[in-house]
Design a protein around this ligand. Structure first.
Ligand SMILES: C[S@@+](CC[C@H](N)C(=O)[O-])C[C@H]1O[C@@H](n2cnc3c(N)ncnc32)[C@H](O)[C@@H]1O
Length: 258
């Protein structure tokens, strides 16, 4: 299966409702971003050291902003295909950060090693992106190539402990009719297969944590995709969107030292 992002998917990410999703994150980090920051701090230990960091599919840069504030000596590159989001990112972060601390590149992340030749990073991030691609093999190989020996790659996405790779395409309906956008992927990948591929691509260790949200999210008034939570008897919350459970995991992948 070809991995690349469809033009319809890119259009969706450029739409107004997605820009609002990104702007909200700037104002207040999502719980998932706070959890990611805790995972990063846990694995790297000293967070007050100089680090070169890259966010692949960075949207409007809110994760860069919050992670960068938590890692005060980090310097960043963000890459995203949506020019409108890059414009928002430049405006918001450049206002808050020292000049030169972050560079935003508008381009196709499948070409990152060509766009940023001979560059590797201590920290590489792919946040909430690979489940929305047709498949992850090509981008994972690119992400591993961009991670410096001994560095860390963090991937947050929908993963299952089952030995199942679920390729899920959704189409939203307007009454009984399809809305004229999509279909879009919401893939849920086998964590075992993902781990095995990381190791084949040069990972020395792979640490996986479930992301369980600690806040209730009400069910949206519409019947389309949109995350809400349901409580289990033991108090844990399941995240649900449309007909799907959203089993988020954070995967921290250490690239072997050369
Ligand atoms: C679901 S959003 C996640 C954004 C951000 N990481 C976050 O967590 O808020 C996926 C992002 O990947 C970007 N993207 C998708 N395909 C891409 C590609 N081929 N090259 C660069 N960016 C891409 C989209 O424009 C979008 O901003």
């Amino acid at each position: 299966m070809e991995d690349k992002t469809s033009s319809e998917q890119v259009q969706l990410w450029r739409s107004e409702r997605h820009t609002e999703y990104h702007l909200r994150q700037f104002r207040e980090p999502y719980r998932s971003t706070i959890h990611l920051i805790q995972c990063v701090r846990h694995v790297i230990g000293d967070h007050n050291i100089a680090l070169r960091a890259l966010d692949v599919g960075c949207g409007a840069g809110a994760n860069i902003f919050h992670l960068g504030n938590a890692l005060p000596q980090s310097r960043w590159v963000g890459i995203d295909i949506a020019p409108d989001l890059m414009r928002v990112a430049r405006e918001l972060i450049h206002r808050a950060w020292a000049p030169g601390r972050v560079q935003f590149v508008c381009g196709d992340f499948f070409q990152t090693t060509r766009i940023l030749p001979n560059l590797t990073f201590d920290l590489v991030f792919s946040v909430q992106t690979i489940s929305w691609l047709p498949a992850y093999e090509a981008i994972l190989s690119e992400l591993m190539a961009l991670t410096a020996p001994g560095g860390w790659l963090f991937v947050t996405s929908l993963f299952t402990d089952s030995l199942v790779d679920a390729t899920i395409q959704i189409r939203q309906l307007q009454g009984p009719e399809f809305v004229a956008e999509g279909p879009f992927y919401y893939n849920i990948y086998s964590i075992d297969r993902f781990e095995a591929l990381c190791k084949a691509l040069g990972a020395s260790s792979v640490q996986v944590t479930d992301y369980l949200i600690d806040q209730d999210i009400p069910r949206p008034s519409h019947q389309h995709m949109g995350t809400y939570t349901e409580r289990l008897a033991d108090g844990r919350r399941l995240q649900v969107s449309g007909p799907l459970l959203m089993p988020w995991k954070v995967v921290a992948i250490r690239k072997e030292s050369s």
